[in-house]
Design a binder for this molecule. Sequence first.
Ligand SMILES: C[S@@+](CC[C@H](N)C(=O)[O-])C[C@H]1O[C@@H](n2cnc3c(N)ncnc32)[C@H](O)[C@@H]1O
Length: 307
Amino acid sequence: MHEPVLVNEVIQLLGVKEKGIYLDGTVGLGGHTKAILKIAPSIRVIGIDRDKKALEEVKKKFKEELNKRLYLYKGNFKDIMTMKKKFPVQKFQGALLDLGFSSFQLADSERGFSFQQEGPLDMRMDSSQKEKAFDIVNTLSEEKLADIFFQFGEERLSRQIAKAICQRRKKDPIQTTLQLSNLICEISPRWGQSIHPATRVFQALRIAVNEELEGLDQALKDIFQCLKEGGRLGVISFHSLEDRIVKQTFYSFENPCTCPSDFPKCVCGKKPVGKRITQKPAVPSDEEIRKNPRSRSAKLRVIERVK
Ligand SMILES: C[S@@+](CC[C@H](N)C(=O)[O-])C[C@H]1O[C@@H](n2cnc3c(N)ncnc32)[C@H](O)[C@@H]1O
């Protein structure tokens, strides 16, 4: 059901090798994991996901490989430093993060990710987490809501939408995805050929509920630390906010010097720890976008650990 994106590019740019042990920090339904395992029978993968349901699906799919070639852990890849104590190995030949949510999560209306299907305002990837989209929509101040829509959704109508939500919820809480999506449609100009008016607000709420951007830079640093020398980290992002963090963090691995630019030579002594394999991100071909439209905004950046 979930079509993995940029699979060939991931395999090629990560330089997947025989006998390697790889970390898939967002195992989802295991599409990339499957492609990595297929390269050679000696390869092993440690898979993490914060979504219990996704892990249950992967366990069913990979019965034969489970606990022999594939080891699964429920958790947040941002906690890699504590999680890895439970892993059978501590260092990886490569690591992959395929950020965001999956079609599996989107398709389940009960999880509330879709603005096109009726469901509760939930949006949690980890259903043991307390805060749902409902809590954000119905309790935050108008100003805070507008900030979320603007910062995480780059929504031009952030203030108007926040105002409309606060007025509507005075009568009754906004309970469902379609109640919210219809409210946004009411105050948005006709959208014709462009994206659905609720797209950006739903993206913003999902990012806020799951704290997707918070600590992402530190997580990249931690995962990078877990690579062997010559090991590679690949990250697939789906919007500019994530991609900016990935790009800047990778740049800092290659250019760690903090000396002022007018210093004739470096005195901070910080040496590069990474070499970017992709100067520009790899993006899906027209063919892939045609087959899997969800891939259209994907960007893959890869960096190699040099010491
Ligand atoms: C785009 S999907 C990955 C799909 C996967 N590569 C595949 O081929 O099936 C993203 C997955 O990452 C998980 N996820 C997102 N953020 C996470 C985090 N911080 N820690 C662990 N898992 C996360 C989501 O629950 C979702 O299952």
